[in-house]
Write a protein that binds this ligand. Structure first.
Ligand SMILES: O=C(O)c1ccc[n+]([C@@H]2O[C@H](COP(=O)([O-])O)[C@@H](O)[C@H]2O)c1
Ligand SMILES: Cc1cc2nc[nH]c2cc1C
Length: 343
């Protein structure tokens, strides 16, 4: 998208919003959302259906440092329930008529496909990452592979007619990886960016901060690391897949609704590698994870909702969908001031 095209679209959208049958600006932030939605699709008639959520799941070698309250086995257990559409994001997606699929891009313990309405992809080439505190999380080949797995899911969504996509993640330990990525790519201080993730206690939080600082120091000492190298050093397989998904979805002109802290780390990686991807993104919500707002600001995005969610899986993005639907209905279907009867 060139700057000139975006400018033309901006003027047309502003004009259209001001001509709708209401005092200009009276639908407040919903008007800004409609504006954003139109720019993501470069149209005055945006569509929010068909739509699809894709959840990427993987495990993390850094869990052996005691950075999370949960064992890695929980990742595969949750994925089994996702296959039956029984976790929060699956239930939300069904309630909101949003397609739902799940991809294993690096679970330690592979899960068998169960027959269900949820499409499940066994796409793991590597089972879990290296321990990012002291070694690369993955090789460049592994990075390229999962990036493309994500890209292919975006291509499938586009060829199935989707106009809007939501990316989700599941991976015990992934807030540590996301903290390192945000610390390195968005230059946010580790003390601000590290939080309790899925519920670590005070002692664990101190340990987690130490691990994130060690990993950031290790990567900085390598010198001259670009975004892809940062991904290889501290990324999660599901975070890189999600970044590949966002980057390809953006190239294909799909509206992307961002989820929480980990999803935003993936969005920063996507934007660092494929500049301009952010033009297609809407931030669904602000997570309770303390570094999320700073990470969104780095992308120039403000969240639609702030409901203290810290679950991930795409739940915050899905919760914002009804608002995005209303913004689309407003600009597509409302009468204009010209339709008012003349006095
Ligand atoms: O999306 C978020 O903002 C978010 C914040 C905290 C935790 N999570 C979820 O919790 C898991 C990671 O937490 P942890 O403590 O194991 O790093 C992972 O499965 C994420 O989906 C997600
Ligand atoms: C139960 C559970 C469900 C999740 N969904 C996303 N992250 C999660 C972490 C846990 C622990």
């Amino acid at each position: 998208m060139t700057d000139a095209v975006i400018h033309d679209c901006n003027d047309l959208v502003r004009d259209r919003l001001n001509r709708l049958c209401k005092p200009p600006g009276s639908l407040g932030d919903l008007e800004s959302l409609a504006h954003r939605l139109c720019t993501t699709q470069q149209t005055l008639t945006p569509k929010t259906t068909p739509r699809r959520t894709v959840v990427f799941a993987a495990d993390h070698g850094v869990t052996r440092e005691g950075v999370t309250a949960w064992p890695s086995e929980v990742t595969a257990s949750v994925v089994r329930l996702m296959q039956q559409q029984r976790t929060a994001s699956g239930v939300f997606a069904r309630a909101l008529q949003c397609g739902y699929e799940v991809a294993d891009v690096g679970l330690l313990h592979p899960v068998e496909s169960v027959s269900s309405s949820v499409r499940f992809f066994n796409a793991a080439k590597r089972r879990g990452t290296g321990n990012l505190r002291c070694e690369p999380a993955m090789s460049e080949d592994e990075f390229d592979y999962v990036w493309q797995v994500g890209g292919k899911r975006a291509e499938a969504a586009a060829s199935d007619g989707c106009h809007l996509v939501v990316g989700g993640e599941m991976g015990i330990g992934n807030t540590t990886s996301a903290s390192c990525m945000i610390g390195l790519l968005a230059d946010v201080d580790a003390s601000q960016v590290v939080g309790r993730g899925a519920g670590i206690d005070d002692e664990g939080l101190v340990r987690k901060r130490g691990v994130v600082c060690d990993a950031i120091d290790r990567v900085r000492s390598l010198g001259g690391t670009d975004a892809k190298q940062v991904g290889c050093q501290v990324g999660g397989l599901e975070i890189v897949a999600l970044a590949g998904f966002y980057a390809r979805a953006a190239e294909l002109g799909l509206t992307i609704v961002l989820d929480g802290f980990i999803a935003t780390a993936a969005a920063i990686l996507a934007e660092s590698i494929c500049q301009g991807s952010v033009q297609r993104m809407i931030a669904g919500h602000c997570s309770a994870e303390p570094g999320h707002r700073a990470a969104l600001s780095h992308l120039g995005l403000s969240p639609l909702l702030d409901l203290n969610f810290r679950l991930g899986e795409a739940t915050g993005a899905l919760t914002a969908l009804p608002l995005i639907d209303l913004a689309a209905a407003m600009i597509n279907d409302m009468a204009t001031l010209d339709d008012l009867e003349k006095p």
